[in-house]
Design a protein around this ligand. Structure first.
Ligand code: NM2
Length: 505
């Protein structure tokens, strides 16, 4: 049954107004705007990058403490409430919301960049470089990264399911400081506005990566060069898919699409594993996990203070900023779907299954790409240098048997991966813009579709005027206030837990 919820017109109006103002320079002067934002982001990553490293580590430390402490046993909801979704669907939904086609993009080729420009001053293209090139992606998509998502999930989830806050917004996590009506305070409103702006800005990032990739795969299939029409069709199709999914709702739309996605993605990975060099992929994956676990603290704390090679800023800090920009939305969505699970289950499940899922993609798809390079069959690094990432991904896939079927399956999985990120993003946007949304209820159907259309419209416009880089840099810049906010969110959660669950109570 659909309830009627009143929409927070103020937040809708303010965010649309701000987006319009912010998009104007991107439409009128795309290059200058992208350059300016890039300069700001470079300043942030070089001067404040260390704060990102500490923020990510601090978050993980906090979550570890939380999971192991007595608070870990607290269930989101009533103490005997069963989980709202099966674990398979819950993991699928959180994974598909948290990563999109951006992961399919990087999974096949991230290693190539590290192989050519390795960390720790290693010799490019050396055997050491190859080992680290396989391990580093697992780190950048691993436990620390999923911890960035998990913090707001637990904090919002606690206020929403346990304290029964009648709204599902980012400001809900600040209720311990701002009171029951956090969403109506100046800070609360600013935070919710930041949520909407950063999410819509961030939307361009994934579509911007995935669209040329999917278009490239499709053009290889069709035997024509990639062009704007194919790119446009890809976006249009994704927008229709995620609008339909969010229209159908959590159970009939979002859950179903992510169930389908997980199954298809596993099939694709299994095929690459079996048709490719199975033993090499398994050995390389095992080796990479060992290398990463062994050097986990080293990788988290490597600041490269003496040579300043740029690896940390270009990759680790860039990644943490990217995860942070997405964290409020993924956190809010995971909070919504986690009713009936304990804090320990949420932290453990998100960190473990999130990292496992990413590791699977990077090890299998990346392992296949690397094997092509090292065996001399196909120089992936050369294809990247000459024709770019999307062409390299298509080339790696085309080297598999049953090329056409593989390319089609890959394109389908990539489109659904995008759609499953955007349907949950639209759902989260709609819930932030809904005044009161008690646990278990959904924002109204058309309100959800409204945000889906906004989410689709903006990147299409930006791609058309060539201003996509603007939205990508903008979302990285937006990660800075979110980093600060994360500290407040963690502190709020700790204060709340201590107050509500002190042993004397
Ligand atoms: N993260 C997980 O398309 C995507 O994979 C979006 C990217 C933040 C690095 C998420």
């Amino acid at each position: 049954m659909e309830n009627k919820h009143s929409i927070d017109r103020w937040i809708v109006g303010a965010s649309l107004g701000l987006i319009l103002i912010a998009t104007l320079p991107a439409v009128l002067y795309p290059e200058a705007a992208a350059h300016r934002l890039d300069v700001i982001y470079r300043f942030i990553s070089s001067q404040l990058g260390i704060a990102y490293l500490w923020g990510a580590m601090g978050g993980l430390g906090f979550l570890t403490w939380l999971a192991l402490s007595r608070h870990g046993r607290i269930r989101l909801g009533d103490q005997d409430q069963p989980p709202e979704f099966s674990t398979y669907s819950w993991v699928g939904m959180l994974f598909c919301a948290g990563v999109g086609a951006g992961m399919l993009y990087w999974a096949g080729i991230e290693w190539a960049y590290y192989y050519e420009t390795p960390p720790f001053g290693l010799t490019p293209r050396s055997l050491d470089a190859a080992e680290w090139a396989s391990a580093y992606p697992l780190f950048h998509w691993g436990i620390t990264a999923w911890g960035i998502y998990c913090l707001p999930a637990v904090a919002i989830g606690y206020q929403y399911h346990v304290k029964k806050a009648p709204m599902l917004r980012l400001s809900t996590a600040l209720q311990p400081f701002l009171g029951e009506h956090a969403d109506r305070t100046f800070i609360g409103r600013t935070v919710d506005l930041l949520f909407i702006i950063s999410l819509i800005g961030g939307a361009g990032t994934s579509l911007g990566l995935s669209t040329p990739m999917i278009a490239n795969v499709l053009s290889e299939l069709a035997g024509v060069p990639s062009n704007f029409t194919i790119e446009f069709a890809v976006i249009l199709f994704s927008v229709i898919l995620f609008s339909a999914s969010v229209y159908l709702g959590l159970r009939k739309g979002i859950k179903r699409l992510s169930d389908i996605n997980v199954t298809l993605a596993i099939l694709l990975m299994l095929f690459i594993l079996l048709a490719g060099p199975t033993l090499f992929i398994i050995k390389n994956a095992t080796n990479s996990v060992g290398l990463m676990v062994d050097n986990f603290f080293r990788m988290n704390t490597w600041t490269d203070p003496f040579t300043n090679s740029g690896f940390v800023e270009n990759w680790t800090i860039f990644y943490w900023a990217w995860w942070m920009a997405y964290a409020p939305f993924v956190g809010l969505f995971v909070a919504r779907i986690s009713g009936g699970r304990t804090i320990r289950q949420i932290i453990g499940g998100m960190l473990f299954f999130g990292s496992l899922g990413s590791a699977l993609f990077f090890s299998v798809f990346g392992g296949w790409g690397m094997h092509l390079e090292l065996s001399g069959t196909l120089s992936v690094t050369e294809v990247i240098a000459e024709s770019g990432g999307p062409a390299a991904i298509t080339a790696i896939l085309s080297a598999l048997p049953w090329k056409s079927a593989v390319l089609i399956l890959f394109a389908v999985v990539a489109i659904i991966f995008s759609a499953t990120t955007y349907d949950s993003a639209s759902y989260s946007l709609a819930s932030v813009a809904t005044r009161r949304l008690p646990a278990g209820e959904d924002p109204d159907k058309w309100h959800r579709v409204f945000w889906a259309l906004i989410l689709g419209l903006l990147p299409v416009t930006l791609i058309y005027v060539g201003g996509l880089k603007v939205s990508q840099s903008a979302s990285l810049v937006a990660s800075l206030p979110i980093l600060v906010l994360n500290v407040a969110i963690a502190a709020g959660l700790a204060v709340s837990l201590r107050k509500d669950n002190s042993p004397g109570q």
